[in-house]
Design a protein around this ligand. Structure first.
Ligand code: PEP
Length: 244
């Protein structure tokens, strides 16, 4: 069966309403590329406006709290995000882990809350540069994954994002990506049995229009999580085209 790549833009803390024309341009490109599943996770402030502006791309959030409601100032529950118009949530991004002290246990609880609210979830994992240099990348990431995964594989994707490759212009070798994705695939089989085979494993970290085709051709790479190069249609659409 032909693979349908899942290409997700993570806008992080970028984008005012003036960015909506970029979302519309990405949406028009996605309409021309039905073989690619395209999604964008804008800042929460843009979710409602983006919902109005696009028809062909999924809309997601970049994190959520695991509780349904309560005294958690500034946080949003999965149900609130769903009501605001998103279909999926990214959890455990390394910037959340670093900036907000999100642990594997918190990531797992958040992922389960997202699934319970009926949405897709993308669980992010990845090693630091020191861990890669020490030859520990695969063990570290497999451990992180096992502790971060929700109990069910329902609507689950995993994003392998080496921390040192995010926003740096550096990417691991094709061989290292292939080895890591193979390891993650077997970890998913261990966690979920046969259901693990349906979980998409995305690569993330300095993906752009020049390297996307090579990265997507690696075995077990089912798509990409894209930061900087997802902010404009000029940068993002060539990645979508490489996935078509
Ligand atoms: C990310 O932060 O998820 C990411 C992959 O960023 P970039 O593409 O900018 O490296």
């Amino acid at each position: 069966m032909a693979q349908r790549y899942y290409i997700v833009g993570n806008w992080k803390m970028n984008g005012m309403r003036t960015a909506l024309p970029e979302a519309r341009a990405i949406d028009r490109a996605a309409q021309r590329l039905p073989k690619v599943e395209v999604a964008v996770a804008p800042p929460v402030t843009l979710i409602a406006a983006m919902r109005e502006a696009v028809e062909n791309i999924g809309i997601g959030a970049q994190t959520c709290h695991s509780a349904e409601k309560g005294a958690h100032t500034g946080d949003l529950s999965a149900a609130m995000l769903r009501e605001s118009g998103v279909e999926f949530v990214i959890v455990g991004h390394s910037e959340r882990r670093a900036d907000h002290g999100e642990t594997d246990a918190m990531v797992k609880a958040r992922a389960e809350a997202v699934q319970a609210a009926g949405m897709g979830v993308i669980v992010c994992v990845g090693e630091s540069e020191a861990q890669r240099d020490a030859g520990e990348a695969e063990q570290v990431v497999a451990r992180q994954l096992a502790a971060s995964l929700p109990g069910s594989a329902d609507r689950l994707s995993v994003a392998y994002e080496p921390v040192w490759a995010i926003g740096t212009g550096r990417v691991p070798s094709i061989e290292d990506i292939a080895a890591m994705h193979k390891r993650l695939r077997s970890a998913l089989a261990q966690a979920y049995g046969e259901a693990g085979a349906a979980v998409r494993i995305l690569y993330g970290g300095s993906v752009n229009g020049n390297n996307a085709a090579d990265l997507l051709s690696v075995a077990e790479v089912g798509g990409a999580l894209v930061g900087g190069a997802s902010l404009t249609a000029d940068a993002f659409v060539p990645i979508l085209a490489a996935a078509a």
